[in-house]
Structure formats: C-alpha cells, structure tokens
Design a protein around this ligand. Structure first.
Ligand code: C2E
Ligand code: MG
Ligand code: MG
Length: 875
C-alpha cells in the first residue's frame, strides 16, 4: 500500500459540512438580532423626532396667538376717537390714568408690564406695572423707540399694529405698537405727527407656564441661547438672545426603556441555546474527525515503519557500497570478519585476502595501539576516532580515519564494527597548507613566519645558545630589471638568487625571503668577523655573477646588513631591526658591500629617515629652486651656456645645496621625480633667454638606473617645446661604471633626441680619454680640483694641458670648471681651453639675477657681469 495515498474521503467531508452549518446558524442568529435591534432603534428615533416637531410647533403657535391677541387688544385702545382726543397731542393723565382708561388695569387684569404713549421726540406717558412713571421708554427697551415709531407710522394701513420681541428691563418681552387714531371720519394730518401707543408684555416664567399649560407644553421656559445645548430643540425670540424651550416627552426612549429588559432576556436565552447547539454540533464533528485521524495515523505509522526499515537497509547498502569509506567488522580476537565492497576499490586488495587476518596487520597507528583504542571503546562509547596509516596494494602509504562501535552479543563484547575513511588527500592538503604558510611561494624558501619560528628556537637558550649571525640582504639593481623586463624576469632573478644563497649556506643555516628583493640568512654557530666576512665575500661574488634570463645576462648586486646575537641580543625582532639598519648603512656606503651593526647607526638612520621624509614633502610642496651658473668662452666674456643647479629652500634650514640632498635622493627613488622637475623647470626658464644660449642640466647616474632617462628628457622637451639642440646633459663617468652596455645604449638614444652630452667632473673617476672614445660625448668638463692647482705647479698645468689637447683632438669641447681667479683664466686662455665656468666670472645665481646679468652682459663689458654676479645670491 502507498503510505502517501489520501485517506478515505467521507468523514472529513461530513465534519466540514457540520462545521459550515454551525457557522451559518451562528451567523444567521447574529444577523437576526442585529436587524431586530436596528428596527427598534429606528422606531424609537422616529417617535422622538415627531415629539420634537410637535413641541416646536405648539410653542410657535402659542407665541403667534399671544401676538395676535396683543395686536387686537391694542387696536381696541388705539383706534378709538376718545383716546385720540386725550392722548394724541397732550396726554390727558387724568383721563388716562386717574380715570383708568389707559392705566392700572392694563397691568392688573391684562398683564401688560408697560404701557406707553410716545411720538417721535419723546415718551409722553408711561405706566410701569400699573404705576404712573415719568420715564423714557428708551431706557427700558432694547429696540430703539424711534425705529418702532417709524415702523408703525410707515405702515400702509395705519390701523394695523406691529409686534416685535425685545428685551424690556433686561427680560424678553412682546412689544406691540399701534398709531393712535380717531375711529370717526375726521381727516388725518401727517402720519408722522401721530402718537403711538405701546404695550409691553414681559414673558415672565409665570405667564409662560400658563401659556404652556394651555397648549399642552410642559415647563415652557425662556433660556439665554448661549446656555442651551446645541442640539436642544427651541423657538428663538428674535432680537433678544433668548429662546423658548419646553420639556420633551421622548416617547421613543420610553419605548426602548420599557422594551429593552424583556428583549435582552429573550436574546440572552436565544444566544445560550444557539451556543449550546453549535458546541454540540462542533464536538460531534471533532469526534468524527478524531476517530478517523486515529485510524489513519495508525495505518500511516505502520506504513512508515515498514518504509523506514526498507530505507534503512537500502541506505546501509548504499553507504556500504558507494561511500568513500569502507566498512569493517572484527571478532573479539580482532580478526576481520567483514569488509565492504568499497575496501578492495580503495586499497586494491581483494576482500578475501584480509578476511580472517588481524586488523592490526592491516592498519597501524603511531601514537595509540589499535587494540588499546578498541578496548577503550567498549568502556567509553564516546571515544574519538583514530588516525591510522596502511600500505595499499601498490605499496603506497595511505592515511585513514577509523571509527568503531563494539558489537554487543548477550551482554558481552563480541567484536567491533566501524568505518575507515581514506584521508590521504586531506592529510596531503593539510601538509601543503602548512608548507605554504611557512614558505615563500615563489622561491620555496622559508618565509617570515618560518624564520621567526627558527629564530625563536635558536635563541631560546639565550647566551647558552650557539652564536648566530643574522644577515639581511637587499638586491641592488633589482627594481629596474623588474620594471623594464617585467615580472617574469624579476621572478627568475629572485629564484636564481634564492638558489645561489642556498648554495652558499650550510645545512643548519637558514635562508628566508622576507618579501620583495629582501632575503635573510642566519648563520648558525658562526659569529667571528673573519668567518662572516669570508662568507659575505663569497655571497657578494656569487650574486655578482650575471644571471641568465631568456639568454640575456642580467646584473644584480647585493648589500648586506649584519647583526650578531652575542652583541645585539637574543630577541629575534631586535636582531632583524639591527641588521636592517646596518643594511641601510651598507647601501649608503655603496652597493655590493656589507656592514655590521654599530650603535651609532641608529641615530644616523633616524636622521636620514627624517631627511628622506622631508625630501618627499619638499617635492610635494614645491620647495626646490634652480640657480643658474653661466659658462663662457675662454675670453671670459661671452656666455655660451648656462648650467642649472638645484637648491632646496628648506622651511627651517634655509637654502640647502645639492651636496646635502642629491646623495639621499639617489639612494631613494626620489631622484627620479626630482630630476624630471629640474628638466622641466630649466627648459621652461631657458625659453625666456636668447636662443643662442645653451642650457646644461645635470643627470645623476641613479636616474639612469632607476628611470627611463631618454623618455624623461623627451617628455620635458615635448612638453616645454624647448629645442633639443639647445639642451646639454652633464653626466659623470660613474654612469659608465654601473652598467657599461646599458649606459652606452642610453647615451646613444639621448643623442638621437638631438641633445648634447657633456662629461662632468672629468678626472675624478677612473675613466681614461681612450675609454671616452666609445661614448658619444660632445664635450668634457675638467674637474675644478685640477683648475684650482694649475697656477701652483707646472706638473698640474701639464696634466690640464694634456687633457685639453687630447680632448680637442677627439673633437670634444673642453670646459674648465671652478675658475676662481684671473690668473687661472689667463692660463686656460693660453692653453687654448675652449670654455670656462667659475666664481671668477659668476657664481650660480637665481633666475631673476641671471636675467639681469644676461641683460648687462649683452649690453656692456664684463665688469657689469661681475657686478651683477656679486649682487646675486650666493651659496
Ligand atoms: P657640478 O655639476 O660639477 O656643478 C658644479 C658645482 O661647482 C656647483 O656646485 C657649483 O656651484 C660649483 N662651482 C662652480 N664654480 C665654482 C668655483 O669657481 N669654485 C668652486 N669651488 N665651486 C664652483 P653645486 O651647485 O653645489 O652642485 C654640486 C653638484 O650637485 C653638481 O656638481 C652636480 O653634480 C650636482 N647637482 C647640482 N644640481 C643638480 C641637478 O639638478 N641634478 C643632479 N643630478 N645633480 C645636480
Ligand atoms: Mg655639472
Ligand atoms: Mg662638475
């Protein structure tokens, strides 16, 4: 049977119908109750609304009738000839009040609180609450008396009275006014001249109650509008701020109050009955559901158990046959009784070869004997797995991880079963990672981590440990190779250097690569200077041998800094630091050399580092300036060329000469950007000079090594548009010493740009004039040391004469540098030197001073020039 088949369909449907029915009955009941209550509320509201309408209607009617009665009553007095005769002009008080024609009785029996006779100008007669008073109606009445008189006198029919509401003595009153007229046929004059009779009926609570009773109104009352609730039904009395109200009967609410208790009781009973019914219905349906689910669940459980059993067997088979692990079983003698099919695939042995054999013969663990581990398993089932080795059919050593469980047979351990996972690849990968973390990937040499570990071990015993010499080696000339020939060349160099370093060292020494072109050699058990010097000589020689890359010979050198454990201490990082400082010193002393750490180097290094960082800042902040020193024809008058000489306008130390920073710039890479700046700046400035004046710029040998000078010069010429034919480059012979072939190629390329080349400081190096022949120089500058001594002895003069003679014979322009006296100038003139340069003619001066000098020298004799130069800034 399919365990996932749906259950028999009827019971769930039945229970669903019951539930839906119960829900419908419940809903119907609620809807019914809401409808009934709604209807009842509607009826009650309608009854209340009718009651309000009725009350308002009767209130209004009561007022209208009061007005009508008052109008007709006043007409009976005003439209009366006798009254006209006694009241219209001069009021006859005796007739009116004493004889009670229009007097007390109007209050006592008719309820008028005020009776007045007035005309446009004044109140002529006033009776207040039955008493004759001398009072002006305007003092009591809020409505202006004049407008009242106007209104009644302008009626088309003067016999018709008017009525209005007004506050009288602070209380709402009905004011009725009529023109006093004769009721005979006599002619009437101007209506405006007639007198007006006014009756004031104050609507007091007593009067209102009486009116209300007559109209079936309860508690008819006057209330100020502001005190009445907004929704309160009312009849407003215009002009007074008061409204008439009466108590409402509210028949709707009465109805509700009388019906609600009964209705509530009935609803509650009905609700209880419905709830009982629904609960009963739902419970029966749930019971049906439950009994069905129980039946279904027991079927499903049975099915699931069968299924799980099948799956488990299936899984076991799959795991046993397809998993990378193999499964084994041993009896209590630890002889193999079962091996899964996977065993022969992994190990290459047929299972039958091993069945019956002891498992210990197949696998072994170097740290824990197998028997012991298995025995421990029967005591502690949580024991961890065991890493073992074995030899496969081909004799290869492999690694596996064993896990096992005891087989309990009748409460005793009858053997063990478990799995063996082959972890040979995992172990190899781990070893590889381990190796990589400790070795440099390119050269295979130990890296910084491994070196640190080695030093920690070697220096653990401090002074009791064998002495160590730690050498930090930095390759010279590596960067240009890497930059110009690319990384493959750089990598090849590093690999070759690594192998040469290994060749030079003994087995218990260590050679490590720290990164870049920096290596460390630790000579274990050796620290005599003599031995270390010998080692360094060998090393430098070995590294000096050309390296072959794609059939190119590459030249690198090495500078070495040395620290000795017995002198610089047993802290690895400190040793490396000291050797580093010594290396810095070695580099500044010249390449291909070594240097032992000395305490004073730290300070020097510190100062140099500071200077180096200042120098970097200076480039960024544009702190360099160029001074210019002219070169003359040997007559000392005509300027042929101008040499640009760099200075550093240091923010605190003042103007610094090149001897203080060019060396440092050369040892760092800073000479490259500095050299480019000088070229550009000089060319730009020289553009402002007459076109027959050449410009000389010094190039450092380091620029040749660290940068593509040809490109630098080309770029400066292109960017400034300075003619190449006006540019002269001064190069010292050291250029040829570093890389003879490379220097020649570079110089030829420079010549191809169209510039002139001058050999500077001739005579200070090793070069001979014959040697010069191979290079494309246009001129030489004899170093100032020779010139300084020409006037002292015939021997020195002879040397200079020889140089001039041979130079000229080779077609070179010969310049004498450092001419400081007239005598020197004369001698050079006699010896037919071509050109001269020196303080005698002009010191190096700044841009503007040189411009002035030029102006003067072009316009006048040499004295001007000398004067100008003495004013110029001196170093
Ligand atoms: P240099 O190229 O041989 O320049 C001539 C040096 O001799 C200048 O020194 C100059 O001031 C000095 N000098 C000129 N006439 C006389 C004299 O009659 N008597 C004496 N005693 N000295 C005189 P400065 O300016 O100190 O330059 C020194 C060196 O610095 C230069 O020697 C040059 O090798 C280097 N240098 C100067 N500017 C640059 C530059 O822009 N780039 C490079 N790479 N090197 C430069
Ligand atoms: Mg020079
Ligand atoms: Mg020079």
């Amino acid at each position: 049977m399919d365990v996932f088949a749906p259950a028999a369909p009827v019971p769930p449907q039945q229970s669903a119908i019951t539930r839906r029915l119960a829900f419908a009955v419940g809903t119907l009941f609620i809807v019914g109750v809401i409808a009934a209550v709604g209807t009842l509320l509607g009826i009650a509201a309608r009854l209340d609304r009718e009651d309000i309408d009725e009350t308002l209607f009767y209130t209004a009617r009561a007022l209208e009738n009061r007005i009508a009665a008052s109008k007709s009553y006043i007409t009976s007095y005003a439209d009366w000839t006798t009254a006209y005769e006694h009241l219209s002009t001069q009021v006859d008080t005796d007739w009116a009040y004493t004889q009670q024609n229009v007097g007390k009785t109007l209050f006592t029996s008719d309820g008028y609180d005020g009776v007045f006779v007035l005309d446009r100008q004044r109140t002529k007669y006033a009776v207040l609450q039955g008493q004759l008073e001398d009072v002006d109606i305007s003092r009591l009445l809020k409505v202006p008396a004049a407008s009242l008189v106007d209104q009644v006198q302008s009626q088309p029919d003067l016999t018709v009275p008017i009525s209005t509401y007004s506050l009288f003595d602070g209380w709402p009153a009905l004011v009725t006014a009529a023109v006093i007229l004769p009721n005979d046929e006599r002619p009437l004059g101007d209506p405006k001249q007639t007198s007006v009779l006014v009756f004031v009926d104050k609507l007091t609570p007593t009067k209102l109650r009486a009116i209300g009773v007559a109209y079936g109104l309860q508690n008819l009352n006057l209330t100020p509008d502001e005190l009445l609730a907004k929704e309160r039904p009312r009849v407003p009395l215009d002009n007074t701020g008061y409204s008439l109200t009466a108590d409402l009967e509210r028949p709707g609410q009465h109805l509700l109050w009388s019906l609600l208790p009964t209705l509530g009781a009935v609803l509650a009973v009905l609700m209880l009955l419905t709830a009982y019914f629904l609960r009963h219905a739902l419970r029966s349906s749930r019971y049906v559901d439950q009994s069905f689910s129980t039946l279904q669940a027991s079927n499903q459980a049975l099915e699931a158990a069968n299924h799980a059993l099948e799956a488990s067997e299936e899984r076991f088979r799959a795991v046993a046959e397809a998993a990378s692990d193999w499964i084994w079983e041993v009896d209590n003698q630890l002889r193999l009784t079962y091996l899964s099919a996977r065993f022969s695939e992994v190990t290459g042995y047929p299972q039958t070869q091993w069945l019956g054999q002891g498992i210990g013969q197949l696998v072994a663990c170097a740290t824990t004997p197998l028997e012991l581990w298995l025995k421990k398993l029967s005591e502690d089932s949580n024991a961890s797995d065991l890493r073992c080795t074995y030899r496969d059919h081909a004799g290869q050593q492999r690694h596996c991880r064993l896990s096992a469980r005891p087989i309990i047979d009748k409460h005793a351990v009858g053997g063990y079963r478990g799995t063996a996972s082959d972890i040979t690849d995992e172990v190899a990968a781990h070893a590889q990672i381990q190796h990589l973390s400790m070795h440099d990937a390119l050269t295979g040499l130990p890296n910084r981590n491994q070196l640190a570990r080695y030093l920690d071990d070697a220096l653990l015993l401090k002074e009791h440990a064998p002495p160590l010499s730690l050498l930090v080696i930095d390759l010279d000339n590596f960067k240009p190779i890497n930059d110009s020939l690319g990384h493959p060349a750089g990598d090849a160099v590093l690999q070759e250097v690594a192998s040469r370093l290994r060749e030079c060292t003994r087995e218990h020494d260590i050679v490590a690569r720290l990164g870049g072109d920096e290596f460390v050699v630790v000579l274990n058990g050796m620290d005599s200077r003599h031995e270390v010097d010998r080692f360094c000589t060998r090393l430098v020689e070995s590294l000096h041998q050309p390296l072959a890359f794609e059939h190119h010979p590459l030249h690198v050198g090495a500078s070495i800094g040395i620290a000795l454990s017995r002198r610089q201490g047993f802290v690895p990082s400190e040793l490396i630091r000291c050797a580093d400082i010594a290396l810095y010193q070695a580099k500044s002393e010249g390449k291909n050399t070594w240097c032992y750490f000395e305490a004073h180097m730290s300070d020097q290094i510190q100062t140099r580092r500071q200077m180096e960082s200042d120098l970097r800042g200076a480039l960024k902040n544009d702190e360099f300036v160029l001074h210019y020193q002219p070169r003359y024809k040997v007559d000392g008058k005509h300027i042929v060329s101008v040499e640009a000489l760099v200075r550093w306008q240091h923010p605190t130390k003042g103007l610094l000469g090149p001897d203080l920073f060019i060396g440092l710039a050369e040892q760092t890479d800073l000479i490259v950007p500095l050299g480019r700046w000088v070229l550009r700046e000089a060319c730009e400035t020289a553009l402002t000079w007459p076109s027959d004046i050449l410009l000389s710029v010094n190039l450092s040998p380091a620029q040749f090594a660290l940068s593509d000078v040809v490109e630098d010069v080309r770029e400066a010429l292109v960017q400034t548009r300075f003619p190449a034919s006006r540019l002269e480059l001064e190069i010292t012979e050291n250029v040829m010493l570093v890389d003879t072939d490379g220097a020649l190629a570079t110089m030829n390329a420079l010549k191809e740009l169209g510039v002139r080349l001058n050999m500077d400081d001739f005579g200070t190096g090793y070069s001979s004039l014959g040697y010069l022949r191979a290079y494309p120089f246009d001129g030489i500058k004899i170093d100032k040391r020779f010139i300084a001594s020409i006037s002292h002895g015939a021997n020195d003069r002879a040397v200079v004469q020889a140089i001039i003679g041979l130079g000229k014979a080779m077609g070179l322009t010969v310049t004498a540098e450092g001419v400081e006296t007239e005598e020197q100038l004369d001698i050079l003139g006699k010896d037919q030197c071509n050109e001269v340069q020196g303080y005698f003619m002009s010191r190096p001066i700044d841009k503007s001073a040189f411009a002035q000098l030029l102006k003067d020298s072009r316009g006048g004799p040499l004295e001007h020039t000398i004067n100008a130069s003495t004013h110029a800034q001196r170093l």
